[in-house]
Ligand binder design. Structure first.
Ligand SMILES: Cc1cc2nc3c(=O)[nH]c(=O)nc-3n(C[C@H](O)[C@H](O)[C@H](O)COP(=O)(O)OP(=O)(O)OC[C@H]3O[C@@H](n4cnc5c(N)ncnc54)[C@H](O)[C@@H]3O)c2cc1C
Length: 409
């Protein structure tokens, strides 16, 4: 008889959501090589734009976001509904018209968007704006992770932090537990939700086409009007969102390649996660160019002030992060959430969220539960199954978010 019904490797949003979904009728253990929730999830900006980032999967998006709305006010968790806008340049109008055929988004003229003047710079190149004003919002990621963990504890989930999992144990074609650095843990089923650690952990059991990539993020000290929208720009491949304490978080997609990620310029934990960088504004702006990343620095100093009202090259950067533990991605920039036939029985995986894992929190766990219990899933699971890929290698081209959003439009 196994010690646990399910052992889950990884305590980011994917592992915690899976634990929460399984816990009502399973004995669940979550094991993490680091502190609980200290992986990529802890670095997220808390931008909830699920209909923007999963435009072809409205059921998945709705299922995920309604959870945040329901959980608002639970423990320390506070969810702020806020529209997301994307200024549209002349050359982007055709593409924007296609996007506007989707649910929950409209393409508007400047006169049809009452926040135009307080959002965009007078000299911005935008002709129109795409507005998502349903199922989008933001929250503080620390509040979300601690609330999720508390919800799991209330359901009886056990946690083992600081316990590296070295392998998944397979006997007679079935996953039967994990070997940790300290001991073996037997379980009826195994969920691997180990972020960028998923592929290395499963290398001998279930090779996955997953590779790492990076987001760079800066927190600007900016005076913003109330209800300032979240937004993004296709050309710059960036996003921004206001915070409750008068900062503007600006993020940019950035890919270094695996070697650079492993090296990392700063001190790191044994899993490769680095601490947030508390920066002196002057140092970040100029001398620490290499560390903040040239693209992010150019965005802050040159490009963003030309796009957004209220953002100025002189704004202080109060905090910045180059997240080398990174997120991970797949050939189509969609996650793998599956219990693949080609893997051992009783093994489910959830990884490869390409910068959009937090906003999908609830849907990830719902899908994992449906695989392990054979229950119905509240949304189609096929878009995230492994067998959609021909390759199991990692030499595929990195697909920037702007390009895959265009493909799905
Ligand atoms: C700077 C930045 C900003 C982002 N902003 C947003 C945002 O605004 N909205 C959004 O939706 N998404 C955002 N993302 C993406 C989001 O953070 C990820 O998609 C999501 O956190 C992935 O969650 P995860 O559970 O798969 O991975 P993780 O949170 O990385 O969890 C994996 C866990 O597995 C553990 N682990 C790995 N290997 C092992 C092992 N062998 N043994 C034991 N434990 C192991 C790790 O320690 C880690 O805790 C952002 C990402 C970054 C980097």
């Amino acid at each position: 008889m196994s010690e646990f019904d399910v052992v889950i490797v990884g305590s980011g949003v994917a592992g915690l959501s899976s634990a929460w979904h399984l816990a009502p009728d399973h004995d669940v253990l979550v094991v993490d090589g680091d502190r609980i929730g200290n992986g990529t999830s802890s670095r997220a900006s808390g931008v909830i734009t699920t209909p923007v980032d999963y435009p072809e999967q409205p059921e998945w998006a709705r299922h995920a976001v309604e959870f945040f709305e329901e959980m608002d006010g639970t423990g320390v968790f506070e969810y702020t509904e806020r529209e997301f806008v994307r200024g549209v340049r002349t050359g982007e109008i055709e593409r924007a018209e296609t996007v506007a055929e989707r649910e929950w988004v409209t393409l508007r003229e400047p006169g049809e968007y009452d926040r135009w003047n307080e959002t965009f710079d007078d000299d911005s190149p935008y002709e129109k704006v795409l507005v998502w004003d349903e199922y989008t919002g933001y929250f503080d990621i620390d509040e979300w992770l601690s609330t999720l963990q508390r919800l799991c504890v209330e359901r009886g989930v056990e946690f083992r932090p600081d316990t590296l999992v070295e392998s998944v144990c397979v006997e007679n074609g079935a996953a039967v537990g994990v070997e940790t650095e300290y001991q073996r843990v037997d379980a009826e089923s195994v969920v691997v939700a180990a972020g960028s650690g998923t592929r290395p952990l499963l290398a001998d059991v279930l090779p996955l086409p997953i590779r790492k990539f990076v987001w760079n993020v800066a927190y600007l000290d900016v005076e913003l009007p109330d209800e300032y929208p979240m937004g993004g720009d296709w050309q710059e491949q960036c996003y921004w969102r206001p915070t409750r304490d008068d900062h503007l978080i600006v993020g940019i997609e950035h890919y270094y390649g695996d070697e650079a990620l492993d090296r990392g310029p700063h001190s790191s934990t044994r899993n490769g996660a680095e601490g947030a960088q508390e920066a002196e504004p002057s140092g970040v702006r100029g001398e620490d160019h290499e560390q903040i990343g040239p693209r992010l620095e150019r965005l802050l100093n040159e490009d963003l002030p030309e796009l957004l009202a209220h953002v100025d090259p002189a704004d202080d950067v109060v905090r910045w992060e180059v997240c080398p533990m990174a997120d991970c991605t797949t050939p189509d920039a969609r996650p793998i959430v599956d219990a693949p036939d080609e893997g051992p029985d009783g093994l489910a995986v959830a990884a490869g969220f390409h910068g959009a894992g937090v906003m999908a929190t609830k849907s990830i766990g719902a899908a994992v539960r449906s695989f392990l219990t054979d229950e119905a899933c509240p949304f189609p699971r096929d878009p995230h199954r492994l067998d959609r890929f021909d390759t199991r290698d990692t030499d595929f081209d990195f697909a920037p978010m702007a390009s895959w959003q265009a493909q799905r439009s």
